[in-house]
Design a protein around this ligand. Structure first.
Ligand code: TXA
Ligand code: MG
Length: 351
């Protein structure tokens, strides 16, 4: 792998001629040389490369240390880029695009003839989305090609929601990061398979099941059984890996504040440094070596937005063990709990 002096290219996303912005042009020049760079999206930062170049795709996998059997999402800025990328779009898939693009919905479709096997990891389908972020759209448009982009973290780490997070993980490994500030949604896009008229949720995310049902119709949206049932392999290869993990062991606690505090006290008496992942409402209630709130419990969207930044903060605090609160699995809470369960490797203590 080549080594780089990783640059940070600040761009203000409210500028109106983004496509001509020197930093956007610089980013697109690297893309057109089939190198990979990081860009902001509305969900998390992505590590972007020319989706039509095997060299670029190889570099994405190398820079992240990603297993090669985990396919990438292709990002487009215009529906005309679906040509050659997918072989068909069902009526329901079209409805989803109309309703949610640009936005945090990735649609898995039958793959077209113009897609590298490396992008799809040999599958007959390809995952596509149009991000709702002016900078991402401008980089795609300026490059003139669809961009394959996984989250711009080292494989296994929490996804990056700021340019600083990307820098921590990938400095020296990529030529540059387009810095557009903090991302909005905070968790990755919802991934659905929609090759026919049925919508199967492969990864919960910013767009909820209820929102999908409103567009696809009642009874037309199902959840991949592999997401819930440990005995069945998930349909999305990425969902089988350990993910989003802080450095210290992380355990979820399904119980009262008092119960969680007792667990913490016991460990601290044994001389361990303990971290607690909570929310603003309860941050002052706990006693530990490091208490980190991720948003407000009363506003689940804010929890999603700050979740990964909170998980990363424990690494800096240098704790031996982290205990985290659980959240109701409704709306975006489904995505929050999916990520938390993965970062805890399935470890939950019930009161
Ligand atoms: O919000 C997001 O989706 C971010 C931003 C950068 O766009 N990207 C992202 O990419 O989260 P990544 O690579 O971290 O996750 C992609 C997920 C993985 O779980 C992968 O297995 C799944 O999408 N995936 C990709 N292609 C697929 C396919 N053809 N069939 C099923 N799952 C697929
Ligand atoms: Mg990822």
């Amino acid at each position: 792998m080549k080594s780089f002096q990783t640059e940070r290219w600040a761009v203000d996303k409210t500028e109106n001629t983004l496509e001509n912005h020197p930093h956007i042009i610089q980013a697109s020049l690297w893309i057109n040389k089939n190198e990979v760079i990081a860009i902001p999206t509305e969900t998390v930062y992505g590590l972007a490369g020319n989706a039509r170049s095997d060299d670029a795709i190889k570099r994405i996998f190398e820079a992240k240390g990603r297993p090669s059997d985990n396919p990438l999402i292709v990002h487009i800025s215009d529906l005309s880029q679906l040509e050659g990328l997918v072989s068909s779009v069902s009526e329901t898939a079209q409805k989803l695009m109309n309703a949610f693009w640009p936005g945090p919905l990735t649609i898995v479709l039958p793959k077209g003839e113009n897609v590298s096997e490396r992008v799809t990891a040999g599958l007959s389908t390809v995952a596509v989305r149009m991000p709702d972020h002016e900078i991402a759209l401008a980089v795609i448009a300026a490059s003139g090609v669809p961009l394959a982009a996984p989250s711009a973290n080292l494989s296994g780490k929490p996804s990056p929601t700021s340019a600083q997070h990307v820098y921590e993980d990938l400095k020296g490994r990529i030529p540059g990061i387009v810095d557009g500030g903090s991302t909005g949604v905070g968790v990755e896009s919802t991934v659905v398979e929609c090759t026919g008229e049925l919508v199967t949720i492969l990864r919960p995310g910013g767009i909820t099941l209820e929102e999908l049902e409103k567009v696809a119709g009642a009874g037309r949206v199902v959840v991949d059984p592999g997401l819930e049932n440990e005995k069945q392999a998930p349909k999305s290869p990425g969902m089988k890996y350990t993910h989003y993990a802080p450095d210290a062991p992380f355990v979820l606690v399904d119980g009262s504040v008092e119960f969680l505090q007792r667990l913490v006290d016991k460990e601290r008496e044994a001389g361990k440094r303990i971290g607690i992942l909570t929310t603003e409402e309860r941050a002052h209630v706990y006693k530990a070596d490091c208490v980190i709130p991720a948003g407000d419990r009363s506003n689940p969207e804010s929890v999603a937005q700050h979740l990964y930044e909170a998980l990363r903060a424990f690494n800096e605090a240098g704790v031996d063990q982290i205990f985290g609160e659980v959240f109701p699995k409704t709306g975006v809470g489904v995505a929050i709990m999916n990520r938390l369960e993965k970062s805890a490797g399935g470890n939950i203590i019930k009161e």
